[in-house]
Design a protein around this ligand. Structure first.
Ligand code: NAD
Length: 260
C-alpha cells in the first residue's frame, strides 16, 4: 500500500492530548518519526515515553505555538534530531472563553485567535524551508464550526479562528504546490478529547440557552462524540501518498453532525 509513512518525519502540534495524541500514536505505529509540540508537559512526556517504548522515535519540545521564536526553535530541534520534515499536523487549539460578543474581552478574543490562527500560520511558516526541496503534506485542524453556527452563542472568536484556518490553508495550498507541498484541512465535529478542561464560560453565556447539537428525533451516524482515533485515520490518509492528488480541500469528519 502507498498508505505508509515509514521513516517520514512528522511535526504534530497539540500532540499531548486528544486528536493530536491519537495522530502521533498512529503515525508512529506506522513508522514515522514524530516531533511532539505542546504546552502540557505531563501528558506529552508520557506520550513520548509510550512511543519510544513501542519502538518508535519521538521527541517532545515544550512549545507555545503562538510564540514565533519557540516555534522556530521546536522545528529546528526536530530537524536536528531527525534530519528532515515531511508531514506537519497543525492541530493545537483551544475553545478559549465562551462569551456573548458584547461581553467578550479583547484579550480573550486575542488569546483564541493567537493560539488557533497565528499558531497555525507560524507552524506552517517555519516548516516550509525544511519541506520545500522534498515536498510533503500539511494538515490543519479546523472544525465544523469554521462555517456554521454550532452550539450557538459564545463561540464567535473560536469560529472566526477556525474559518481563518480554512482560508489560510487554501492560500497555502496554492502557494506551496510549486514545492510539491500539499495542504488540507480537517473539520471534526464533536470529538471526545480533553478540550473542555480549559474551556471557560462567562456568566453571561451560561445564562443563554444554547441549542443542542443533536436535535430531537435526528439520526446521526453515531449518538455522541466521535473518537480521536477516527480522526487519526484521516490524518494518516492525508499524510500519506494515498492522497497524493488532494490539496487545498476541507474534509468534514462529523458523522453528519453539521447537517443535522
Ligand atoms: P485537547 O485539549 O484534548 O488537545 C489539544 C492540545 O493542544 C492540548 O494538549 C493542549 O495543551 C495543546 N495546546 C493548547 N494551546 C497550545 C499552545 N498555545 N501551544 C501548544 N499547544 C497547545 O483538544 P482536541 O479536541 O484534541 O483539539 C485539537 C484540535 O481539534 C483543536 O484545534 C480543536 O479546535 C480541534 N477540534 C476539536 C473538536 C472536539 O470536539 N474535540 C472539534 C473540532 C475541532
Amino acid at each position: 500500500s502507498k498508505r505508509q509513512v515509514k521513516d517520514k518525519v512528522a511535526i504534530i502540534t497539540g500532540a499531548g492530548s486528544g486528536i493530536g495524541r491519537a495522530a502521533a500514536l498512529l503515525l508512529a505505529r506506522n513508522g514515522a518519526k514524530v516531533c511532539l509540540i505542546d504546552l502540557n508537559n505531563n501528558r506529552s512526556e508520557s506520550l513520548e515515553q509510550e512511543i519510544n517504548q513501542l519502538g518508535g522515535e519521538s521527541l517532545f519540545v515544550d512549545t507555545d505555538v503562538s510564540d514565533p521564536e519557540r516555534v522556530q526553535h521546536a522545528i529546528q530541534s526536530a530537524v536536528d534530531r531527525f534530519g528532515q520534515v515531511d508531514i506537519v499536523f497543525a492541530n493545537a487549539g483551544i475553545n478559549g472563553i465562551l462569551s456573548p460578543i458584547e461581553d467578550l474581552t479583547a484579550e480573550a478574543w486575542d488569546h483564541t485567535l493567537t493560539t488557533n490562527l497565528k499558531g497555525t500560520f507560524l507552524t506552517v511558516k517555519y516548516t516550509i524551508p525544511h519541506m520545500k526541496h522534498n515536498g510533503g503534506s500539511i494538515i490543519i485542524t479546523s472544525s465544523i464550526n469554521g462555517n456554521r453556527t454550532f452550539s450557538g452563542f459564545g463561540m464567535s472568536a473560536y469560529s472566526t479562528s477556525k474559518a481563518g484556518q480554512m482560508a489560510f490553508a487554501k492560500m497555502a495550498a496554492l502557494e506551496l504546490a510549486r514545492y510539491k507541498i500539499r495542504v488540507n484541512v480537517i473539520c471534526p465535529g464533536a470529538i471526545q478529547t480533553n478540550i473542555g478542561e480549559n474551556t471557560k464560560k462567562t456568566p453571561q453565556v451560561e445564562k443563554i440557552k444554547i441549542p443542542v447539537n443533536y436535535p430531537e428525533g435526528s439520526q446521526p451516524l453515531e449518538h455522541g462524540p466521535g473518537q480521536p482515533e477516527q480522526v487519526a485515520d484521516l490524518v494518516l490518509f492525508l499524510a500519506s501518498q494515498d492522497s497524493s492528488h488532494i490539496s487545498g480541500t476541507e474534509i468534514f469528519i462529523d458523522g453528519v453532525e453539521s447537517l443535522l
